[in-house]
Design a protein around this ligand. Structure first.
Ligand code: FEO
Ligand code: CA
Ligand code: CA
Length: 688
C-alpha cells in the first residue's frame, strides 16, 4: 500500500486532497443539496471581498470582543459588534473596529537560538526549535493571573508534504481532472514532518497593545511526534501496548494529529490525538488479535510515509504501536521538562477536544467528541475532586474516573452510559477482559452499549454561566433517510448542527439530562437546507460546518467552522457569534473570516475578553480545485495579471522563482506571512 513508486501511492495522496476540500465534504457527497445551493449562488454571484490585504491574524484585539450587551435580559443579542460581510478572497477580515495581527507562523523561531526559517533547507533539528505546522487548538494560561501575559498552548495537527517541501508536487491530468502528484518523501523529509507535528508552548506578553513572543522564556517548548511520553492510567503497561522498543507498555514516542484540546481548571494542557490511523501503513494479518479493533478505527490508513522509514509505523512490523495513539495527552506547560502523559482513562478514540468544568461537588467533567461520521459523544468524570490550592494533587486527577458515552433519545432525554468493565455487556465473553480492553477499544465498547451515532462530534464546550453544554456536529453527508434520528435529523447532512445539553439538576456529573437542537446550520433562505437560524440572522450571519467553539467570560458562544465550500456558499470559514439566550437565541453574526481554503481553528479568548486568538489553518488548501495555483512556478503558464486573489495567494507561496515575482512582490510577501500558517491535505477524517 505504501510502495513508494507505485502510482497508487499518488492516487492515495490525491484522494486525501479531495477529502480535504470543502466541495468533497459537501456538494460532492451531497449532489442534491449542492446543486440547490450552487444554483442559488450562481444567480446571486459569489460575494467576493476586496483584495485589501493586511497581515493574517493570530490575535484579534484590542477592543473587546467585549461589547457584551447589558440589555441581554431584555431579549436582544448579547453581541453588539457590527457584522462583517461574508465573502471569498485571499485575505482575512475582522469586524469593524477590531485589529488583527500576526503572532506566530510556521517556522517562526521560538527560542533565542532558533535558526531562521528557510523553506528550501528544512531540517528536523530546525523544526524542533521553530513553530510547528497546521496550528489547531489554542489555549491561554495566564501567568500571575494576567490577561496580558501568559502561555499560549498550540496543537500542530498534521503536515502537508506537497505544500511544505518546494518542488515535490506537480499537477497532472487524470481522467480529465487536474490533480496533484507528490514524489515519495526522503527520510529527512519524514523527519521534518515528525518534528512539525505535536504542540508548542510559548510565553507571550502584550506590549503597547500588541502581543509579542518571549523567545528567551524558560516555558517555551516544542513537543513533537518523537517526544518521549508516559502512558498513564488503567491501560498503562497492558500487553496490548507493549512493543519491541517498549517492553513496559508505558512509554511512547510522540503524539500525532492533535486536533482540539482544552486547558484544565488546574492549568494543564490536554490535547486530543485525532486521526492517528493515517500514520500507520503495512498489513495486519486478518486473524491478528487486533484486527477487529483496528478495523473499527480504520487502522492502517497509510496516508503518511512514516512507515517506509520507521518500523513502528508499519503494523506488519510493530502491530501494537497504533494502540499507543488515539489518547488525550496531558502536558504541564509550567514545566518545560515535564513528561507528557497519555491519560488512558479518557478512552481511545479520534479525539477532538477535551474541554472541562468543575462540577458542584468538586469532581471535574471533561466533554469529548470522537470526530468521525456516525461516532459518539463522551464525557469523563474524575473520581477525585479539584483542589484550588493543590496543583500537584490535581495533576493526577485524570488517571481515575468514569468514562461515559451518550445516548440521545427521541423524547429529548439523554443518558450517559458508563464504559466500565463488568457492567452490562462489557465482559470477557464480549472480548473485554478488563478496563484496559474497554479503553483500548473504546469504540467497540460504546458500540455494544448502543450509543447514538452522531454527525461527526467535534468540539464540546460546557458553559459555566448557563449550565449548558454545546456540542458541535460538523456534518455527515453519508447519513441516509432511514438513518435519521431526533438528534441527527437531516439526511445528507451537509452543514451540521449544534446540540445544547442540559445536565440533570444542573449537575455536570449527572448520568442523565435533556438535549435540544440549538441550530441546524446552512443557508436558512433555502428551504431544502432545513436550517434553523433565527429570523434576525442576516445573509452574512449563517454558517455551516461548526467545528471548534469557545465560551467567553460572559458565557457567550463563539463558533468557528471547517469547510464552508466557498463555491457553493459564497463564504469562507470564520468565527460566528451565536446567541443562546432569550429572544435572540439562534441568532448568529459573522465576526471574522479567513482566506480562501483556510479552516479557522482554536478560537480562544483572554479572561478580560480583549483578545481572541485564532489559528488560521491551511489557507489555500484544495489547490487541486485551482490547478493553476497548485502548479510549481516552472509549470505555471497562466499570466498573473487579472487573476483572482486566490491565484495570487497560492502563487505568493511559491513565488521565489516565478517570472512574475517582481510585479507581485508585495502580495507574495504578504502571502508568505499567511502561507506559513499552514496548509494541507486533510487527514482521513471523513471515513465512515
Ligand atoms: Fe481535526 Fe475534527 O478536526
Ligand atoms: Ca477540528
Ligand atoms: Ca473549544
Amino acid at each position: 500500500m505504501n510502495d513508494r513508486v507505485d502510482p497508487a501511492h499518488f492516487q492515495s495522496r490525491t484522494t486525501q486532497l479531495e477529502h480535504a476540500n470543502g466541495a468533497s465534504h459537501n456538494a460532492t457527497d451531497n449532489p442534491t443539496m449542492g446543486e440547490i445551493i450552487s444554483r442559488r449562488f450562481s444567480r446571486r454571484g459569489i460575494l467576493k471581498g476586496a483584495l485589501a490585504v493586511s497581515a493574517i491574524s493570530a490575535t484579534v484585539s484590542p477592543l473587546a470582543l467585549l461589547a457584551a450587551d447589558k440589555a441581554r435580559a431584555a431579549g436582544t443579542s448579547a453581541f453588539n459588534f457590527t457584522e462583517l460581510e461574508a465573502g471569498v478572497d485571499a485575505d482575512h477580515h475582522v469586524a469593524e473596529g477590531y485589529d488583527a495581527n500576526v503572532l506566530l507562523r510556521w517556522g517562526d523561531p521560538l527560542f533565542a537560538d532558533s535558526p531562521a526559517f528557510d523553506p528550501t533547507a528544512q531540517t528536523a533539528d530546525s523544526q524542533r526549535r521553530q513553530f510547528g505546522y497546521n496550528n489547531d487548538f489554542l489555549g491561554y494560561v495566564p501567568l500571575d493571573g494576567s490577561a496580558e501575559h501568559g502561555l499560549l498552548l498550540v496543537n500542530h495537527e498534521y503536515t502537508d508534504a506537497q505544500l511544505m517541501f518546494p518542488g515535490i508536487a506537480k499537477v497532472v491530468e487524470k481522467e480529465g481532472k487536474k490533480v496533484l502528484e507528490t514524489a515519495p518523501l526522503t527520510k529527512e523529509q519524514v523527519d521534518v514532518e515528525i518534528a512539525a507535528h505535536g504542540a508548542t508552548v510559548v510565553e507571550i506578553r502584550k506590549v503597547d497593545g500588541k502581543w509579542q513572543l518571549v523567545t528567551d522564556s524558560p516555558y517555551n517548548r516544542r513537543i513533537t511526534a518523537d517526544t518521549e511520553m508516559e502512558i498513564a492510567g488503567p491501560a498503562a503497561g497492558h500487553d496490548r501496548l507493549k512493543t519491541a522498543a517498549d517492553a513496559s507498555g508505558a512509554k511512547v514516542l510522540g503524539m500525532i494529529n492533535n486536533c482540539a484540546g482544552g486547558v484544565t481548571p488546574w492549568g494543564s494542557f490536554v490535547s486530543g490525538e485525532e486521526n492517528f490511523h493515517g500514520y500507520f501503513s503495512g498489513e495486519l494479518p486478518a486473524d491478528h488479535a487486533e484486527a477487529k479493533n483496528y478495523e473499527r478505527y480504520g487502522v492502517p490508513e497509510g496516508s503518511y510515509e512514516w512507515g517506509s522509514h520507521y518500523d513502528r509505523f508499519d503494523v506488519s512490523k510493530e502491530p501494537n504501536e497504533p494502540n499507543r495513539f488515539g489518547w488525550i495527552v496531558e502536558i504541564d506547560p509550567m514545566d518545560a521538562n515535564s513528561v507528557p502523559k497519555k491519560r488512558t482513562a479518557l478512552g481511545r478514540t479520534k479525539h477532538e477536544g477535551a474541554e472541562s468544568i468543575v462540577a458542584k461537588d468538586g469532581r471535574v467533567v471533561f466533554y469529548l467528541g470522537d470526530d468521525e461520521r456516525f461516532d459518539y459523544v463522551y464525557k469523563f468524570v474524575t473520581t477525585g475532586t479539584y483542589s484550588a490550592d493543590d496543583r500537584a494533587a490535581n495533576m493526577n486527577l485524570l488517571d481515575e474516573g468514569t468514562l461515559y458515552v451518550a445516548k440521545f433519545a427521541e423524547d429529548g432525554s439523554l443518558t450517559w452510559m458508563p464504559l466500565t468493565h463488568g457492567e452490562g455487556p462489557l465482559t470477557a465473553e464480549n472480548g473485554f477482559a478488563g478496563q484496559a480492553d474497554v479503553l483500548i477499544g473504546t469504540r467497540l465498547a460504546a458500540d455494544l452499549l448502543g450509543a447514538t451515532k452522531m454527525d461527526r462530534p467535534e468540539d464540546i464546550e460546557p458553559n459555566g454561566k448557563n449550565g449548558k453544554v454545546y456540542v458541535m456536529l460538523t456534518n455527515n453527508t453519508r447519513r441516509e433517510a432511514e438513518q435519521i434520528d431526533a438528534a441527527n435529523p437531516r439526511a445528507k447532512n451537509a452543514f451540521g448542527h449544534i446540540i445544547e445539553i442540559t445536565e440533570a439538576e444542573g449537575d455536570f456529573t449527572a448520568t442523565s439530562g435533556t438535549w435540544e437542537i440549538l441550530l441546524k446550520c446552512g443557508d436558512p433562505s433555502v428551504a431544502e437546507v432545513g436550517a434553523s437560524f433565527s429570523t434576525d440572522t442576516t445573509a452574512n450571519g449563517w454558517f455551516g460546518m461548526p467545528d471548534n467553539c469557545v465560551v467567553d467570560a460572559e458565557g457567550r458562544l463563539w463558533v468557528s467552522t471547517d469547510g464552508q465550500n466557498f463555491k457553493a456558499t459564497g463564504r469562507t470559514d470564520g468565527v460566528w457569534a451565536v446567541d443562546t439566550e432569550g429572544d435572540a437565541r439562534a441568532t448568529s453574526k459573522l465576526f471574522y473570516r479567513v482566506p480562501v481554503g483556510a479552516e479557522l481553528c482554536g478560537p480562544q479568548i483572554t479572561p478580560d475578553m480583549a483578545t481572541m486568538f485564532v489559528a488560521v489553518q491551511h489557507p489555500a488548501e484544495g489547490g487541486e480545485e485551482w490547478p493553476e495555483l497548485a502548479a510549481p512556478p516552472t509549470t505555471r503558464t497562466p499570466p498573473l495579471a487579472g487573476r483572482t486573489s486566490r491565484t495570487t495567494c497560492r502563487r505568493g507561496h511559491r513565488s521565489s522563482s516565478s517570472p512574475n515575482r517582481v510585479a507581485e512582490r508585495s502580495l507574495a510577501d504578504r502571502f508568505d506571512s499567511r502561507a506559513r500558517w499552514m496548509f494541507a491535505h486533510h487527514p482521513p477524517r471523513d471515513k465512515t
